[in-house]
Ligand binder design. Sequence first.
Ligand SMILES: Cc1cc2nc3c(=O)[nH]c(=O)nc-3n(C[C@H](O)[C@H](O)[C@H](O)COP(=O)(O)OP(=O)(O)OC[C@H]3O[C@@H](n4cnc5c(N)ncnc54)[C@H](O)[C@@H]3O)c2cc1C
Length: 305
Amino acid sequence: MAEQYKLLFVESFKGRVLFNVPMKEYTTLRIGGPADVMAFPKDEADLKHLLSFAGAKGFKVYVIGAGSNILVRDGGIRGIVVNITEGFTDISWLDDERAVVGAGVRLSTLCRECAERGLSGIEFAAGIPATVGGAVYMNAGAYGSEMKDVVEGVEVIGRRGKKGFIPKADIGFAYRHTELPEDAVIVNVHMKFRRADRKAIEEKMKEFRKRRDKTTPIGLPSAGSIFKNPEGVAAGKLIEEAGLKGVSSGDAKISEVHANYIVNTGNARATDVLNLIALMRDRVFAKTGIMLEPEIKVIGESLTR
Ligand SMILES: Cc1cc2nc3c(=O)[nH]c(=O)nc-3n(C[C@H](O)[C@H](O)[C@H](O)COP(=O)(O)OP(=O)(O)OC[C@H]3O[C@@H](n4cnc5c(N)ncnc54)[C@H](O)[C@@H]3O)c2cc1C
């Protein structure tokens, strides 16, 4: 099975390549069957080479960052998973407020660097276990702020290896959503922050981390919120009022701390999580008439046996 992909990597690809990779090792939920291939492009040339090869051969490509918002089904992924966390990790400062940030940079690293430089705007992201690229793609947010507030545009490489720049106005930012083209891999994010007092920034980050630790299940694998919040109401509240806190399927459990989180208490399978997701949607719909919309991205194949 790996043979068909090997051609891609015999020459000119500088990054690491793994075959038959358990996706559970690359998702924060610690769930997911094997991916045929995982490639870690080192730079843009590597990524362009990979994407044009995959495009020409008709191989499917899936991009992941920190894997903190994805559920990979138990049958795994037929195709190539592009993991951007081993390249695209530079932060280049254009002036004292603006930077070009690699998509593979961790939000925690960016938060630290901004705090050190006395730059405000990204405090809300302290404690979100994501890459900058994944956070922009999802328009991640918390405590009243979102990635869109600090993004000026993104550099992307399309699935045929073509590079482009998409300005903020064309990204289509919405609540936990963007309208980026299906085939676009974000490689760099142009960001702008505001100068502020370093101590105040650090305090704000500390405060947000504390709130997070109190209100979300820490210490157990999860993918953050399963559903988006419907207009004017928290999804977690609806799930809790439907009496579902603590309900399990296999080793997957609706968190007792925050009902919009599913935690993996051991060796949960994707099917267990999908069972709980269906239950949460059904029960909330039956009680309120509100159909919850998933925030997490479900990818890969079901097990056939
Ligand atoms: C404990 C915990 C707390 C969380 N708290 C929050 C929170 O407060 N607010 C919030 O919004 N989210 C939260 N999340 C969810 C998650 O961290 C965010 O959705 C985050 O933006 C996902 O980033 P990632 O790098 O992990 O992306 P992944 O999960 O790897 O990917 C998510 C999606 O982005 C796409 N993608 C990733 N990188 C790229 C790229 N370079 N180019 C194009 N597409 C890309 C993927 O294809 C996929 O569709 C939390 C998750 C956890 C586990």
